[in-house]
Design a protein around this ligand. Structure first.
Ligand SMILES: *Cc1c(COP(=O)(O)O)cnc(C)c1O
Length: 377
């Protein structure tokens, strides 16, 4: 692959650091890094290798095909398939020794048949809807499903999980309610739950803001990738406990133009210069995940200073205003779209604010639409 102008840099040291921060908060709970969405844009295989070396006990993906990729890359710890089990991909689950998470009874019989035909005993985790209102069985139906798992040949109950809808909010009463409901359910199930059954519910928000919810295993995602689930401003943490951003997104100036006052810039002529202006042209656009929503509102870093986006972001081009910069901006200059340059930083949360979304989406867009390069620091 020839070098691209736009590059996403991923810091291995930051991934390790964030894993250690999570581990220091997890107590005795196992850690299952969520590496779905190609590691939130950071590269699933590379991240899983780093986390495995740091002691991660399992990995979480959405679909069996992702688990197959991890296995082919030599990842040997349990890989949980959290979302998409359908009859057509059960062979992948069995052949790659993935851990199925089941959300209702519809797939159980086929899973049992597939297990029996291969002479296997498959440990199933049950997904309970304890308040997320998305996927899973309601607590009242969990008992029946646990019974079904235990009676079907080739299957056994290895874990029970739920998910928090609001753990990113400090002190959200909802999180306490959902947790209480989950605890109550596991108590009610009593002896139906085997001794070594793994209970898990905490995402990054649970880990950071409701530490008592760690139970047997935590499932952090965004915090491993260096962002706090609540965005900015986040709870002030200092020193070794502070998460470090992992991703930078860089481009270069490809042209610098001097334009008179009254020049309309780009599609729709949404920006007209009010003074003689120096405009830097960047070869990045919505094709690269640098969304059109950033038009006339986002900023970039060039020569250590912030420069405002002017006019519409288009498919492959973006314009920024560098009028009056003490250090002249020149073609070839490095431009930081996400990350630090000199003393300035643009965070994924700041970009998320401009894009009216959350850091998760920014990281997935930039990381999965551009060439990634791994750097040590
Ligand atoms: C994505 C996901 C997580 C991780 O959430 P973060 O907020 O990124 O920590 C945990 N559990 C489940 C079920 C998920 O789908």
């Amino acid at each position: 692959m020839s070098a691209s102008i736009n590059r996403v840099e991923i810091s291995r040291a930051a991934l390790r650091h964030n894993f250690r921060v999570c581990r220091s908060k997890a107590g005795t709970a196992r850690i299952m890094p969520m590496v779905k969405a190609d590691g939130y844009g950071h590269g699933m295989v590379e991240c899983a290798r780093i986390f495995e070396a740091e002691g991660a006990q399992a990995f979480g993906v959405a679909e069996p095909s992702e688990g197959a990729v991890l296995r082919r890359a030599g990842i040997s710890r349990p890989v949980f398939v959290l979302v998409g089990l359908v009859p057509e991909n059960l062979a992948d689950v069995l052949d790659h020794d993935l851990t199925p998470v089941v959300a209702d009874s519809s797939i159980l019989e086929e899973l049992s048949r597939a297990a029996v035909s291969r002479g296997r005993e498959v440990g199933v985790h049950l997904k309970v809807d304890a308040g997320m209102g998305r996927q899973g069985v309601l607590p009242g139906q969990a008992g029946g499903l646990v019974g079904r798992i235990q009676e079907l040949p080739g299957l056994f109950l290895a874990g029970i999980m739920a998910h928090f809808p609001m753990a990113d909010e400090y002190d959200s009463p909802n999180t306490r309610q959902v947790f209480a409901r989950f605890q109550e359910l596991t108590r009610t199930l009593g002896d139906a739950v085997p001794q070594d059954c793994i209970l898990h519910i905490a995402n990054s928000g649970g880990l950071f803001h409701f530490n008592e919810t760690c139970l047997d295993m935590i499932r952090p995602g965004i915090s491993l990738y260096g962002c706090y689930p609540e965005g900015e401003p986040h709870q002030v943490e200092t020193g070794a406990e502070t998460l470090r951003p992992v991703m930078r997104f860089l481009t270069r100036v490809i042209q610098v133009r001097e334009l008179p006052a009254g020049s309309a810039l780009g599609y729709g002529r949404t920006f007209v210069t009010s003074r003689p202006s120096t405009i830097a042209v960047l070869p990045v656009g919505y094709e690269d995940g640098y969304l059109r929503r950033l038009s006339n509102r986002g900023e970039v870093l060039v020569r250590g200073r912030r420069a405002r986006i002017v006019g519409r972001v288009s498919m492959n081009l973006t314009l920024v205003d560098v009028t009056g910069f003490a250090e002249r901006v020149r073609p070839g200059d490095e431009v930081v779209l996400l990350g630090s340059q000199g003393r300035e930083t643009i965070s994924a949360d700041e970009i998320a604010g401009w894009m009216e979304t959350i850091s998760y989406e920014v990281l997935c867009l930039f990381g999965n639409l551009n060439n990634r390069y791994y750097v040590e620091e």
